[in-house]
Design a protein around this ligand. Structure first.
Ligand SMILES: [Zn+2]
Length: 119
């Protein structure tokens, strides 16, 4: 995809702080970090979101989440972690290339990412 920033990063045509890479996945530090170690796990294939990802790739993503979690625990010693994902404009997806945020959490870190009842 010509105008996709994640595709450009994967093709090394745009800079990013790459912290993990394998044949299917890449992980980068986002420009805006919610917490120390906040990481984006991205499929190398340009897949828009959950609506079009295939099950095999989603399994690869899940294994990648676990690998990155181990890395984050080793490096930053978080006491918790949140996974954030958006599929679709109305879910606040901003880059239309599949990615998951791993947000390490720490005691008294001041973040509140939990869901509040709106109904
Ligand atoms: Zn892309």
């Amino acid at each position: 995809m010509d105008n996709c920033i994640f595709c450009k990063i994967i093709q090394k045509q745009a800079f990013a702080d790459i912290v993990y890479e394998d044949p299917n996945l890449i992980a980068i530090i986002p420009l805006e970090q919610a917490s120390k170690g906040h990481t984006l796990l991205i499929t190398k294939e340009h897949i828009e979101n959950l609506f079009d990802i295939d099950e095999e790739t989603l399994q690869i993503v899940a294994v990648g989440v676990k690998k990155l979690t181990k890395k984050l625990v080793y490096e930053n010693k978080p006491t918790g972690i949140n996974l954030l994902h958006a599929s679709g404009k109305d879910a606040q997806q901003s880059v239309f290339h599949f990615h998951i945020h791993l947000v390490p959490r720490y005691k008294n870190d001041g973040l509140d990412l939990w869901i509040r009842n709106k109904l």
